[in-house]
Design a protein around this ligand. Structure first.
Ligand SMILES: [Fe+2]
Length: 463
């Protein structure tokens, strides 16, 4: 009798356990269902160009709680209905560094010049709906923003935030960020957290467009030469993540951008790589190089970089580099087109003006960092200015009788009076829409370049 009761009880327990295990499987409860309003356990979203941008983009984020995260994306806007998106991609690379668990998901085989919508989804929730545009594979007009040097505290942090907000107002195709992201040596986690949160929140447009970054290494990343690889999955050479320099092209043979590295040997391998890269892309309509340290800074408190000039200046000219974009000094400069030449009578610091074939050098990095005095102009300086600024460049392919051309604007983002009181200039700017990306919005504060006015045209003969 006792034995029978025992087996009956055992049978009942087995039925209950089976019901607990099997029934939910039939009902499809494989993961916890997500409430539509729930947020994912991730933040610090950014988009990076680190491979052919006509068909690739890297979505990067910090996953602060392990939750099976992925990007859901496609060419149709499904809002936050993640299950409706055509494609999904999990991270290709996960890296724990600087108190972040950074996820990199590379979206590939995208269509050129195409809008993609996406959300980042995990077991706890779904992000806002964002979108981006891939680069065109044929010549097509676009704008980009170039600049660098941000700081992690005080008025300099606020100036950087104003510049970030202007990115969202202008909706460029991409941003070339020319190094020096944080105060310190690039190994302070909290500074990266601030920078990445700001970048996500301030450069994203109100309708969710995210602007891809093309990152360049600066000396404030020198605490670890692989920093931009940790933060942006930036490419490197010689299978060595301390050798971060690379290039990308788009628009067919229209546009080529190069990220050089002035914190490692500019000669040797890097020089050989640069010569080969410039040679390979010699027939491109426009070739632009970004790097951090200028050859000859426009402030006397910064050292000259003669070795760098010796390694790169002749290659730039020989292979027809159109624009050189540097940073570091915390001021604005733009030169006339320059050719390296040391023996001519009118040569100054190894350069002469050459409007027909020279490279325009611009920079020098005051996205946020407090501006230095411009007390070291050269005979070939077109304009220098002490204030916070970013460069806005309109790139337009040839049409009718006009050649391939660029319009270069310097946007003043903050200035300081003699008591060091800061004025920011982002607030009253009318944001552009997708339909007027080449307009100059109301209340945008542009630098006047003497007799050339607010725009420097390239080729220079168009001025
Ligand atoms: Fe610097």
């Amino acid at each position: 009798m006792k034995l029978k009761q025992f087996f009956l009880a055992l049978n009942t327990i087995a039925i209950v356990i089976s019901a607990i295990i099997v029934v939910p499987l039939f009902m499809g409860y494989q993961t916890t269902p997500i409430a539509p309003e729930a947020s994912p356990a991730s933040d610090k979203y950014r988009l990076v160009w680190n491979d052919d941008p006509t068909e690739n983009i890297t979505v990067a984020w910090n996953q602060y709680k392990k939750a099976n995260s992925m990007v859901m994306y496609g060419t149709k806007d499904h809002g936050r209905d993640f299950f409706k998106y055509e494609f999904s991609k999990k991270a290709d690379r996960i890296l724990t560094k600087y108190k972040m668990t950074t996820h990199f998901a590379k979206l590939s085989k995208l269509k050129p010049d195409q809008v993609y919508y996406f959300v980042i989804k995990d077991d706890t929730g779904v992000s806002e709906r964002y979108w981006f545009r891939t680069a065109p594979d044929k010549p097509k007009a676009f704008t980009f923003i170039a600049g660098g040097d941000t700081k992690s505290a005080d008025a300099a942090l606020e100036a950087g935030r104003a510049s970030n907000r202007i990115v969202a107002k202008l909706r460029p195709l991409f941003v070339m960020f020319n190094g020096d992201f944080c105060s310190g040596n690039g190994t302070v986690p909290e500074y990266w957290h601030t920078w990445l949160n700001d970048w996500h929140k301030l450069t994203t447009t109100p309708d969710g467009r995210m602007i891809p970054i093309f990152p360049v290494h600066g000396n404030h990343e020198n605490g670890d030469q692989a920093n931009l690889n940790y933060i942006f999955n930036a490419p490197y050479q010689q299978n060595d993540s301390s050798q971060i320099y690379y290039s990308l092209s788009f628009g067919g043979s229209f546009f080529h951008i190069i990220a050089l590295n002035s914190s490692i040997d500019e000669g040797g391998n890097q020089r050989r790589w640069l010569e080969n890269d410039l040679k390979t892309h010699k027939n491109y309509s426009f070739k632009i190089a970004g790097y951090h340290k200028p050859f000859w800074p426009h402030t006397n408190s910064k050292a000259e970089n003669k070795y760098q000039y010796n390694q790169w200046a002749h290659l730039f000219y020989d292979y027809g580099l159109d624009i050189s974009m540097d940073g570091d000094s915390h001021l604005s400069k733009i030169t006339f087109p320059l050719r390296p030449e040391s023996t001519a009578k009118n040569s100054f610091m190894g350069f002469v003006r050459d409007d027909a074939h020279g490279t325009i050098f611009m920079g020098e990095g005051s996205w946020g960092a407090h501006p230095r005095a411009t007390n070291d102009d050269k005979p070939w300086t077109l304009k220098s200015f002490s204030g916070n600024q970013i460069k806005w460049i309109h790139v337009v392919p040839k049409e009718n009788r006009l050649p391939d051309r660029m319009n270069i604007y310097t946007i003043i983002t903050a200035t300081y009076d003699k008591n060091n009181k800061q004025t920011l200039y982002d607030k009253n700017i009318t944001g552009l829409s997708e339909y007027n990306l080449f307009d100059i919005p109301d209340n945008l504060k542009l630098l006047e370049n003497g007799k050339y006015g607010e725009v420097i045209k390239y080729p220079f003969r168009l001025n």
